[in-house]
Write a protein that binds this ligand. Structure first.
Ligand code: SF4
Length: 374
């Protein structure tokens, strides 16, 4: 059976102030050792046929070209990628040199996801990002010149100090570049980040939730007007350019995760690797898998996770697929909840399934919880 592979590269040039991903800034001393460990993990866990590959981070493109080449070549050597339809890498402007872009192209990368986040220097500074928009545009154009024809631009809204007007300009600038895909994420203030302490100490204003919703609604309307369909709560694509790899997560299908803190999901099990960089390398040096924990996903949990993940997508829940996978008709199992959600205008029913309405998206957590308490 075909699978999907996620490879985590946990290095960044500098830590952004809102970031709670497993990423280590300024650890160039560990790049080589980490790549060697990554290749050992691939060798131990390889063999599967891959449909999609996603190299994320961190900032994968902060590795030097020679190391990136080894990672890409390792994926092809340890797995069967002959029928792989999508190979994505996350990149940050400023790390996309011609040398890196050529390495990615040679290594079969056919989709780039570049973090612009904002068009405005003061917002980039607030976020603690290292790039400016000129560098972004330069990287983007260089990538186009080298033949990358499937590019995502990542944007963030709800940035402290951001206005609806500045968000409009960011969206317009991104759409004017005509990427195939645009992701718009609402900024979340995560515990343990500098943003969290700055807000707690009054040094930064807490994002306004009404403004956050206004920004989201504007993005949906604007991007749909520019030919980008919202196929997941935060993701917009030109027809046929949806991210196949991310759809695997949103449909709650199996995948393999390699690297520090990476999660894997298969056959009713979830496993995760250690987030500790040294431990990860040391375990693999001695030929051991760097797995830190695992859990069996009960059928009830599996069903709940499938519902809330699929409801993130425009397609929503398909009755027939759900019955095939769980052996039960969701309309009977959750008849009361479905009736209530329909009456409250939070979901819309079609012939083949149901999905969130715009109001349901705004109140998505209260929709998801309905399926949990059953
Ligand atoms: S570039 Fe991405 S992963 Fe790295 S610190 Fe910034 S937000 Fe985190």
């Amino acid at each position: 059976m075909e699978s999907s592979l996620y490879v985590h590269i946990p290095f960044c040039i500098k830590k952004c102030l809102y970031c709670d991903f497993v990423s280590f800034p300024g650890r160039e001393d560990m790049h080589r050792r980490y790549v060697a460990a990554l290749l050992s993990e691939m060798a131990l866990r390889g063999g599967k046929t891959l449909r999609t590959v996603y190299i994320g981070g961190g900032t994968p493109t902060c590795l030097e070209p020679g190391l990136l080449h080894r990672v890409l070549e390792g994926v092809d050597r340890c797995f069967d990628t002959s029928n792989c339809i999508e190979k994505t890498i996350e990149a940050n402007p400023g790390t996309l040199s011609v040398g890196i872009l050529e390495t990615l192209k040679e290594g079969g990368i056919n989709r780039l996801s570049i973090g612009l986040q904002s068009w405005h220097p003061e917002e980039l500074k607030t976020l603690g990002r290292t790039h400016d928009r000129q560098t972004f545009v330069q990287s983007y154009k260089q990538a186009r010149k080298l033949g990358f024809d499937n590019i995502n631009i990542d944007l963030i809204f709800g940035i402290p100090g951001q206005t609806l007007q500045s968000w409009r300009k960011t969206l317009e600038a991104a759409a004017d570049l005509a990427p195939e895909h645009i992701s718009c994420y609402s900024l979340k203030i995560e515990e343990g980040t500098p943003f969290h302490s700055m807000i707690a100490g009054g040094a930064l204003e807490e994002p306004d939730t009404d403004l956050d919703r206004d920004m989201y609604h504007y993005a949906v309307e604007y991007l749909e007007g520019r030919g980008y369909e919202r196929y997941e709560i935060s993701n917009f694509a030109r027809k046929g350019r949806e991210c196949v790899h991310n759809m695997v997560y949103w449909e709650n299908r199996p995948y393999i995760g390699i690297g520090t803190a990476a999660h894997s999901h298969r056959e009713g099990m979830r496993m995760w690797n250690t987030p500790d960089l040294h431990r990860y390398c040391t375990l693999l040096d001695s030929g051991k898998l760097p797995v830190e924990g695992s859990e069996v996903i009960s059928p009830e949990t599996g069903m709940f996770e499938t519902i809330f993940l699929r409801l993130r997508t425009r397609r929503g829940i398909n009755f027939r697929e759900f019955e095939q996978e769980f052996g039960t008709d969701i309309r009977k199992l959750y008849s009361e909840q479905i009736e209530r959600l329909k009456k409250d205008g939070l979901i819309e029913m079609g012939q083949e399934g149901f999905w969130l309405t715009p109001r349901g998206i705004d109140l998505s957590n209260s929709v998801f919880v309905q399926f949990f308490i059953n």
